[in-house]
Design a protein around this ligand. Structure first.
Ligand SMILES: Cc1cc2nc3c(=O)[nH]c(=O)nc-3n(C[C@H](O)[C@H](O)[C@H](O)COP(=O)(O)O)c2cc1C
Length: 173
């Protein structure tokens, strides 16, 4: 698969088969995340892998909508930013998420970004819910959770984007 094909095939996958993501593939995805660049090479992003079914089910209820697929996911990676070590951990964490999503596509694994930062749960923020569940120290922000599983159905790849204005501007806005 060429890189152009890979990025077209990266689609959000929210329905998974009961087949597991192998431990080896999960490690490959983690390593892809660790290869992401970070501002000043501070590397403020830390990752928590979750494979325990009851924890995945609890994570699926961490916010009001958009997280339900975690209950059926084979595993998940919670992406944290150390807010004391970097002021641009959001950017760094987002690149880590993207690298891991692209590595997942290459392995035939479906993934979906579950936004946590700035999102609300039923009685507390999504971040607070995830923090309590996984015992995350206060100075780590919870950016997002990457849901992972073997796709129940592989989505169609994205079509060829058009370089129209907007979103592309040439020379001036
Ligand atoms: C920053 C960000 C936050 C997202 N949050 C969620 C989310 O909480 N739940 C969800 O199901 N999808 C989430 N997504 C996935 C988007 O809905 C999805 O990428 C978008 O609809 C385009 O579809 P595609 O990924 O199949 O190309 C998020 C994506 C990004 C980049």
């Amino acid at each position: 698969m060429t890189f152009s094909e890979l990025i077209r095939r990266r689609r959000s996958v929210r329905l998974y088969s009961s087949d597991p993501v192998s431990a080896e593939d999960l490690e490959r995805i983690l390593k892809a995340g660790l290869l992401a660049p970070s501002s000043r090479n501070i590397r403020p992003v830390e990752l928590i892998t979750v494979t325990d079914r009851s924890t995945l089910e609890a994570l699926s209820r961490c916010k009001n909508g958009g997280s339900g697929m975690l209950a059926q996911a084979s595993c998940a990676i919670v992406v944290l930013g150390d807010t004391l070590r970097s002021d641009v951990w959001i950017e760094d964490a987002s690149i880590v998420m993207t690298y891991m999503q692209l590595q997942a596509v290459d392995l035939g694994i479906g993934s979906c970004w579950v936004q946590c930062r700035l999102r609300s749960g039923a009685t507390a923020t999504c971040e607070a819910n995830v923090r309590n569940l996984l015992h995350i120290p206060e100075h780590y922000a919870v950016e997002a959770i990457l849901s992972l599983g073997i796709p129940a159905k592989v989505p169609d790849p994205s079509g060829e984007p058009e370089l129209t204005k907007p979103p592309i501007h040439r020379e001036k806005f």
